[in-house]
Write a protein that binds this ligand. Structure first.
Ligand code: NAG
Ligand code: NAG
Length: 434
């Protein structure tokens, strides 16, 4: 409704402008058409920018340390689940450590930036406002309640917190506007690694109870349920970070007693792969089952494995625009990754003993000079440079590794693509509930 009004207003002012130009300038016919073209182009730009600034798509984040912006600073947990001490956050983007498990930003900070949003605050930060979204993620959290139980905000509790925010938004904005915000928002979910690492491989009892494939089914079953809960609450646009090759985390490489050459721990990577494949199948099914369900899933597993095995082929890239306005990604030779195996911050083989400041049992740690040159920041977590590059890939990503929608589509292009699909697939009178 409001969008229609905006367009009408612009149309009126366009024709007024043309009349004004005709009257004041006595233009001949060809000049008149030229003017119309210019004015039309102008009004299209106006419509574009007006909708973008007026309506910003909110971002809600659920997950673990890959996307925790500092929720764990506010809970009683163990040093392994916290990152609110130096050298975390050392690279200068933030004033100091924030609780992010990185030398600086994490993936969702970049996604917020690309979406034109401010940094999305941790839900537990008492002063936070949630008009652009909220981040519920907690380092160490898993899909299953049993994973690191009592030490993290598990996914079910994250969903409860989301309900609190939803209620708050309804109070603040009114039912209609809150509903619109919630249905247009993007829900970014990055979780599962801890279910397989701490929850399964680190938990002999679980391994006795469940075969690996049964366990994966249980994790995926609960994750699917959580997605459906969010859908029932009004969520429609979902982004997923798939699991990385978990066996190649420095901590797991260091544990791999069988490989004297320092290979990845294959059991861990196999669980991650099984999880990713099952999630892909579930998402394709949900897309068929749930009206208006849109998602973006990337292949973070292969993406990261490439950088782990061939670090020097990737690196800090800068976007340059060519003469046609196309953005080209240039990797300068001096800014390539140098190490895909060892943690920048840690100790022992591959920096795989998880210690990097704070009050961990092993207090001595080694810190590299240039975190930018490392795929891994600490024994479990990627460097800011990896977060940035991954965010860029998933934002606009090549369609062979990101799909069916990119995150940029979810934020800005769903309505346009949705309309095109409508014309192609549906009879005119059939409306999709959105
Ligand atoms: C969810 O996980 C619990 C264990 O936390 C399990 O008992 C239950 O069967 C799982 N649900 C689904 C739908 O897989
Ligand atoms: C650290 O030390 C405490 C107390 O000695 C012990 O309970 C805990 O399991 C240790 N943690 C790790 C990760 O080794």
């Amino acid at each position: 409704m409001s969008k229609g009004c905006t367009k009408l207003k612009l149309k009126l002012s366009t024709s007024h402008l043309i009349h004004f130009l005709m009257a004041t300038h006595k233009v001949c016919l060809s000049e008149f058409w030229a003017v119309i073209h210019v004015v039309l182009a102008l009004s299209i730009c106006l419509v574009g920018s007006e909708t973008e600034t007026a309506r910003r798509t909110a971002l809600f984040i659920f997950g673990d340390s890959t996307v925790d912006p500092g929720n764990n600073n506010y809970i009683k947990t163990i040093p392994e689940n916290q990152a609110d001490y130096t050298p975390y956050g050392q690279n200068g983007f933030f004033q100091g450590p924030t609780g992010r498990f990185s030398d600086g930003r994490v993936i969702i900070d970049y996604i917020a930036e690309y979406a034109g949003l401010p940094l999305i605050p941790p839900f537990l930060q008492s002063s936070a406002k949630f008009i652009y979204g909220a981040n519920f993620a907690s380092g160490g959290a898993g899909v299953l309640t049993e994973t690191n139980q009592g030490l993290v905000i598990d996914l079910q509790t994250q969903l409860k917190y989301f309900e609190e925010v939803r209620t708050l938004l309804i109070t603040e904005l009114g039912e209609a506007q809150a509903k619109e915000l919630i249905s247009e928002a993007v829900y970014f979910i990055s979780i599962g690694s801890n279910d397989y690492l701490a929850g399964y491989l680190g938990n002999p009892r679980m391994q006795e109870l469940y075969q690996p494939e049964e366990y994966v089914r249980m994790v995926i079953g609960n994750l699917t349920h959580s997605i459906q809960v969010l859908y029932e609450k009004g969520g429609r646009r979902f982004g997923f970070l798939s699991l990385s090759p978990l066996g190649c985390l420095p901590a797991l490489r260091a544990l791999n007693s069988r490989a004297s050459d320092g290979g990845c721990l294959e059991e861990a990577s196999a669980l991650a792969l099984a999880h990713n494949n099952a999630l892909s199948a579930v998402l394709a099914t949900l897309e068929q089952m749930l009206k208006g369900f849109y998602y973006c899933k990337n292949n973070f597993y292969d993406w990261l494995l490439d950088r782990i095995t061939k670090p020097t082929e990737y690196g800090r890239s800068s976007l340059k625009q060519n003469a046609w306005g196309l953005s080209l990604s240039i990797i300068s030779h001096t800014h390539r990754f140098k190490d895909g195996v060892t943690a920048c911050c840690g100790t022992g083989p591959y920096g795989g003993i998880f210690t990097c400041g704070g009050t961990k049992n092993v207090t001595e740690y080694h810190l590299c000079e240039h975190a930018d040159e490392y795929v891994w920041w600490d024994s479990f977590h990627a460097s800011e440079r990896i977060h940035e590059q991954c965010a860029r890939a998933i934002w606009s990503g090549p369609s062979n590794s990101v799909g069916p929608y990119s995150l940029e589509d979810l934020f800005f292009n769903i309505e346009r693509k949705h309309t095109i699909a409508d014309i192609a697939d549906y009879p005119k009178d059939q409306q999709m509930i959105y």
